[in-house]
Design a protein around this ligand. Structure first.
Ligand code: HEM
Length: 420
């Protein structure tokens, strides 16, 4: 509990510090797109506040995510079909080194949300253009952490002499060109259906309507969503499937709930997935995807006797609290029930496990990530008995996000008594 006051203070100050400096620099070099803003991920202070206020409502309203319930279920079903096609049936239905396949699913999902497009990442053969986008995202994720942590040589020499900088700039260019094409297509589609734009529309359409067709905000936000929404959601799904596979009795309990909820979930039936929600929270607690949230302290401050001078970079490691006996008895046991038995007397501290952070700069894609994870887990668990064939226990390495130390190896076995 002693950690709560510093955490609360920290997350209320908005600057994230020099963390994404290289990305900020890369974006600034494309002033044709990023003159208005470089986006929420990379802006600081007042400039961050301005852009966040322009996109906050369209991304954080529950209805914005619910717009995708059907679309994301189609992506989830395609992922089930993809696994059926690709698993090694001669070997009990194994899918070895499954994480890159999960990234295909999360790229397909995020392009639906951010760019209004299905792009075929889960087709047996990816279209060459989308294969290039997929490879570009891989390069960007590999270079994120070194560009953030290593000495920034790229600042002191012509930046493109620096290999990681050059690869990242080239990868970003691929994403940018793809994004621009998709935004142009969305604008053209909107022109055609101008009279039908009264009801709930997609996030991209909302951003175009609110900010204008000539604004850079829609493409800038779409790129931020792609940068922040593929590997985060991907690893979270990988860890959740691992936890369910090594705890078959919990998986079975979740399956009962999934099958009871029916094949197609609706905004109404989503709320009934209470055991799923407990599993998702428990998995993020035990195998967190984000190792640390970063803030730059804006004023000198004394917290619990510690003098923290202005401009100090402070890290909040969520796992320090979420893996403490004091907050979670038997902390190293995957026990979703602990989230269901919360009562006034047995209340879990609201800061003890917060993977999407808190405060004005918390994850802006939380609702989409949660929905995507729920829908795909519902489909997978309703179709397969999922077994773990990889190394146990799975340990994680910290980078910009936590990644598994070993390949994610699963077996996907068809259910015998599936009712739908
Ligand atoms: C399980 C998956 C995810 C987790 C655990 C996660 C977690 C986080 C965290 C911890 C932050 C930093 C918050 C802070 O500094 O206080 C963040 C920021 C952000 N996330 Fe997520 N995220 C996930 C998925 C997504 C998705 C799917 C999207 C896009 C739809 C997204 C978009 C963003 C953006 C744009 C930011 C920067 C927000 C800002 O600085 O204003 N995230 N996320």
């Amino acid at each position: 509990m002693r950690l709560i006051i510093p955490i609360k203070h920290m997350i209320d100050c908005s600057p994230r510090g020099a963390g994404f400096e290289a990305f900020h620099f890369i974006k600034k070099r494309r002033s044709d797109i990023f003159s208005e803003t470089t986006g929420v991920l990379t802006e600081e202070g007042q400039k961050w506040h301005e852009v966040r206020s322009k996109v906050q409502q369209d991304l954080m309203r529950p209805k914005s995510a619910l717009f995708y319930v059907d679309g994301l279920q189609e992506v989830a079903q395609d992922f089930v079909n993809f696994i059926r096609e690709k698993r090694d049936l001669g070997n009990g239905g194994t899918m070895n080194d499954f994480l890159p396949d999960i990234y295909k699913f999360t790229l397909e999902s995020i392009t639906l949300v951010a760019l209004d497009s299905r792009v075929g990442c889960l087709e047996p053969e990816m279209d060459p253009e989308i294969a290039k986008v997929f490879s570009a995202t891989k390069v960007l994720f590999e270079n994120f952490a070194p560009l953030l942590i290593d000495f920034p040589w790229w600042k002191y020499v012509p930046p493109r002499w620096h290999r990681r900088y050059r690869e990242t700039e080239d990868g970003f260019e691929v994403l940018l060109n793809f994004g621009q094409k998709k935004v142009a297509e969305a604008i053209a589609k909107m022109e055609k259906k101008r009279d039908d734009l009264g009801g709930e529309v997609s996030v991209l359409e909302k951003l175009i309507i609110r900010n204008g067709e000539d604004s850079g905000i829609p493409i800038v936000m779409a790129l931020d969503m792609m940068l922040a929404g593929i590997d985060t959601t991907g690893n979270t799904l990988g860890f959740l499937l691992y936890n369910l596979a090594v705890n078959p009795e919990k998986q079975e309990k979740l399956r009962e709930e999934c099958l009871r909820s029916g094949e197609r979930l609706t905004p109404q039936t989503l709320d009934k997935m209470r055991y799923y929600k407990a599993c998702a929270r428990e998995s993020l607690r035990l195998t967190p995807t984000i190792p640390a949230f970063v803030r730059n302290i804006v004023d000198d401050v004394v917290i619990q006797g510690y003098n923290i001078p202005k401009d100090t970079m402070v890290l909040w490691h969520p796992a320090i609290m979420s893996q403490q006996e004091e907050h979670f008895p038997d902390w190293n046991v995957f026990r979703p029930e602990r989230w269901l038995s919360e009562s006034k007397e047995n209340k879990i501290c609201p800061y003890a496990s917060r993977q999407f952070s808190k405060g004005p700069r918390m994850c802006i894609g939380k609702r989409f990530a949660e929905l995507e994870l729920l829908l795909v887990t519902h489909r997978l668990i309703s179709n397969f008995d999922i077994k773990w064939t990889g190394r146990t226990p799975l340990t994680l390495s910290r980078g910009l996000i936590n990644v598994p130390d070993y390949p994610l190896n699963f077996q996907f076995v068809d259910l015998k008594n599936k009712q739908w």
